[in-house]
Design a protein around this ligand. Sequence first.
Ligand SMILES: Cc1cc2nc3c(=O)[nH]c(=O)nc-3n(C[C@H](O)[C@H](O)[C@H](O)COP(=O)(O)OP(=O)(O)OC[C@H]3O[C@@H](n4cnc5c(N)ncnc54)[C@H](O)[C@@H]3O)c2cc1C
Length: 402
Amino acid sequence: MADFALNEDQLQLQKWVHDFAETVIRPVAHEWDEREEFPFPIVQQAAEIGLYGWEFLMNANADPSGLTLPVSIEELFWGDAGIGMAIMGSALAAAGIAGNGTPEQVVEWIPQCYGDAKKVQLGAFCVSEPDAGSDVSSLRTRAVYDEANDEWVLNGTKAWITNGGIADVHVVVAAVEPDLKGRGQASFIVPPGTKGISQGQKYKKHGIRASHTAEVVLDDCRVPGSCLLGGKAKLDAKLARARELGHSGEKQPAMTTFEATRPSVGAQALGIARAAYEFALDYAKERKTFGKPIIMHQAIAFKLANMATEIDASRLLIWRAAWLARNGGFKNGEGSMSKYKASEVAVRVTEDAIQILGGYGYIRDYPVERWHRDAKIHTIFEGTSEIQQLVIARAISGMRVE
Ligand SMILES: Cc1cc2nc3c(=O)[nH]c(=O)nc-3n(C[C@H](O)[C@H](O)[C@H](O)COP(=O)(O)OP(=O)(O)OC[C@H]3O[C@@H](n4cnc5c(N)ncnc54)[C@H](O)[C@@H]3O)c2cc1C
């Protein structure tokens, strides 16, 4: 049975992350949003206290209740989502390695996605392309095996990649046999310093502007055979099964990663929603119109009541999904439900917070408009809201809803 009472260690961790978010992240959040640059000094500080690092991720993932990670992420993103993404962005690459790599590859490459406090490193997970976002089965990036040299040659362009081009380790999902669509894909490590990989355009974004998002261009990029995640024998067997049966019975590499990380993405959205709700609640008690605090007007009080209810509902879905991910797995698309609900709630709650602040909600002197901009990405990346609905619909019906 799920037990959502946090234990002593989790409560301490929650407070520790909250303190960092409050004292280090919040005071500089506006500045990094305006600069639209990767906040290396803040990530460095996070590495110094052990908040940015593979050990943190490993410890959080070892928690049998599954709650440690979402609890930490909620606090981090309560501090700021752009800086939060800068700190959490490497985790997607790590999840891609953990989901598809051999134990040896996991041990070799996940630490390199983080480096250490002396030399911070970054990881990037490169799936999306200009013509393939939701439709991951249509990737055009090709991986061709050069048997004589035991190397894989990667060619293509990846779009919208968090930490793309500035990462030390890029995990690239590419088509080995395009005719087999998703079943013909594999994941590859592109180690630091590899020739043939470069950053394309850096995107100017609506929100999470402290997080770096860019194109990644692969131009005859050669990686050793050992960089194929899972190894050649496993890939050959998978391709043979797919050719024979038309499917392999295994999930696409990118999909496996996204499923596992969905409750964490929900927790990111939750942190933003809570930040906006708390700010709006305090404001509504102070701001007076017509001789009374605006919270005494039912229209405002009910908005806040709905915000509190929706935030708690989101947290319960996230915690349930995180618990299920460790204890038996998802049955009815619970990971997608948690991400879908929390991200839609974050957009609504941050919009309501702007409304509660009136004109002050709309200007950059106050953080609420930034939270609204930051919330929106959560209905788009790691599966749009429509794709989450598709996953849930398929899970509950057992039918291939298109
Ligand atoms: C800031 C940012 C960071 C990102 N980071 C990464 C990253 O690190 N790595 C990575 O690989 N990708 C990353 N992405 C890419 C992101 O995952 C994609 O943008 C997302 O999956 C949507 O793909 P798309 O943009 O091609 O939209 P499309 O797939 O073209 O979708 C357009 C619209 O059509 C809808 N739609 C599509 N198919 C269906 C369907 N079958 N049924 C109903 N509706 C449908 C979608 O929901 C959406 O509303 C990032 C994107 C952004 C903006």
